[in-house]
Ligand binder design. Structure first.
Ligand SMILES: Nc1nc2c(ncn2[C@@H]2O[C@H](COP(=O)(O)OP(=O)(O)OP(=O)(O)O)[C@@H](O)[C@H]2O)c(=O)[nH]1
Ligand SMILES: [Mg+2]
Length: 475
């Protein structure tokens, strides 16, 4: 989908989820927002929105004109569509830096849709996904990293993920990037001023200082980039698969982790057929947990398909919880599966520790030498807390998010920093090898451009399309 740069027209959209709720909001932004809102809004006090002050609230009705006929005559009469409250914000002190009217309707699909249709009929255009936020960027209220933070706040699955995104929205990342870029510009400027410098002592001293500064900047970029795996994981979560033979207690653990009876548990082997996924919060880390069919050798056509699905899912998982039944000895299915888990992050989970134990996991040490082991009872809940701690520890060393820490939470940012880092290392090598100063300047310009792209100093349609098409309509 292509995104328009056009901010001339007035856009409208339903900004709350469609469903049944107390209120729902239709948002209108643009230079004609108040004039268009006035066409459908009848204030209780008969005052107009166009004449209203910023940050005022107005009670009244959304109305439409309908034709009435009496005898041979046709007349137009105002018909009340909904009883509403309208909030007014005026440019430039609004989300988009444009005039905004937010119409608080009753939260049903019909009143919201009717109100939106009336606004469209009177000259508003239906907003594209993320277009309100896009305008906030185009009108200079926030930069791209802050717009992306808004997306992350909306999609955050845990408190910590939201805290990280909130920090980004408040401009922490933008400030750091601008500071690094400023440092680079300070290095480039004198270089550009005297492009061809002889190898006298002053210049040799300057070069040494420049290399030091560049190495310090490269380290700052690297430190930031090193937070990306953690930041992206905190935002997107990890994929965890519950894998094991039949009847070992995978579904029981699933129910224990999601804290309700999500999946069927029976003593019959082969109960679970399809993959069932749920997102849970493991001590602040979002995790998508997949319960799967027991992995065994089977001739049954249905079970075969189920096993294939489990194996397919296994490939994509960031972590496999390899569930074993501690009340029985390891069997050939357990061992065959252990072999398939060799190249994965694995925690061996010995389940059913409330029963007399017959298992000996010693042999697994040879197949999965680095795998951690946790003992649990999915039935009673014992050990499940320890299992959660272990999962988090496998992905985060220490705190998931330190106070006010800047975390890179998007692949786009990681790639930009990576390119910046590459250009900086080339510049440093060139300096050390007495390369042409033009080449050094070229690399440093590339590095600053990566940072400029990251915060969106030069907005291209490609970048905007990529970012805003992921937003929901109305944001
Ligand atoms: N005593 C005891 N029984 C358990 C425990 N966990 C699961 N079970 C029992 O083991 C049986 C199988 O449990 P499920 O959770 O359905 O096992 P599963 O691995 O999902 O089985 P399939 O879907 O058939 O592959 C059920 O009767 C559970 O009640 C446990 O910790 N202790
Ligand atoms: Mg099951």
């Amino acid at each position: 989908m292509s995104i328009k740069f056009d901010t001339d027209d007035t856009i409208a959209a339903i900004s709350t989820p469609l469903g049944e709720s107390g209120i729902g909001i239709v948002r209108l932004s643009g230079k004609d927002a108040l004039r268009i809102a006035d066409k459908i809004f009848l204030s209780k006090t008969k005052s107009s929105l166009t004449g209203a002050a910023a940050f005022t609230t107005h009670y009244g009705f959304v109305t439409e004109f309908v034709k009435t006929s009496s005898g041979h005559k046709y007349a137009r009469k105002r018909k009340i569509v909904d009883e509403v409250i309208v909030n007014i914000m005026r440019a430039p002190r609004s989300y988009t830096r444009e005039d905004i009217a937010e119409i608080n309707c009753h939260g049903g699909i019909i009143p919201l849709k009717r109100t939106l249709d009336l606004l469209l009929k009177h000259g508003a255009r239906l907003a594209q996904p993320g277009e309100f936020t896009q305008r906030a960027v185009l009108n200079g209220r926030i930069d791209l990293t802050q717009a992306e933070a808004i997306f992350n706040i909306i999609n955050a699955k845990t408190l910590l993920a939201q805290d990280g995104a909130m920090n980004q929205l408040r401009g922490a990342l933008s400030r750091r990037i601008k500071q690094i870029k400023g440092d680079l510009v300070d290095i480039i400027a004198p270089l550009e001023a005297g492009i061809d410098f002889p190898d006298d002592e002053i210049n040799i001293g300057q070069k040494k200082r420049r290399i030091r500064l560049l190495m310090r900047t490269a380290k700052e970029v690297k430190d930031l980039m090193d937070t990306a795996d953690r930041g992206i994981m905190l935002q997107q979560g990890i994929n965890v698969i519950l894998a094991g033979s039949t009847n070992v207690g995978k579904s029981s653990l699933m129910n224990r982790l999601v804290e309700f009876e999500r999946v069927i548990v029976t003593p019959i082997a082969g109960t679970t057929r399809d993959i069932v996924e749920e997102v849970i919060n493991i001590n602040g880390l979002p995790a998508k947990i997949a319960d799967t069919a027991g992995i065994i050798d089977t001739k049954c056509l249905i079970a075969k398909q189920s096993v294939n699905r489990s194996l397919e899912f296994l490939k994509q998982a960031d972590l496999a919880l390899f569930i074993l039944d501690g009340s029985r000895k390891l069997n050939r299915f357990d061992l065959a599966l252990a072999d398939k888990l060799k190249d994965k992050k694995v925690i061996v989970v010995v389940n059913k520790i409330d029963l007399p134990q017959k298992i000996n996991v010693g042999i697994l040490k040879k197949i999965l030498p680095t795998a951690a082991k946790v003992e649990i009872s999915a039935l009673k809940g014992a050990g499940v807390g320890k299992l959660k701690d272990k999962i988090v520890k496998m992905f985060f060393h220490g705190d998931i998010l330190k106070n006010d820490e800047i975390l890179i939470a998007s692949l786009r940012h990681k790639q930009a920093l990576n390119s910046c880092q590459g250009a900086l290392s080339r510049a440093i090598s060139l300096e050390k090898e007495n390369g042409f100063s033009e080449c050094v300047i070229f690399e440093l310009r590339c590095a600053t451009q990566c940072l400029a792209d990251m915060v969106g100093e030069d907005l291209s349609e490609d970048i905007l399309t990529n970012i805003f098409s992921r937003f929901c309509i109305g944001k």
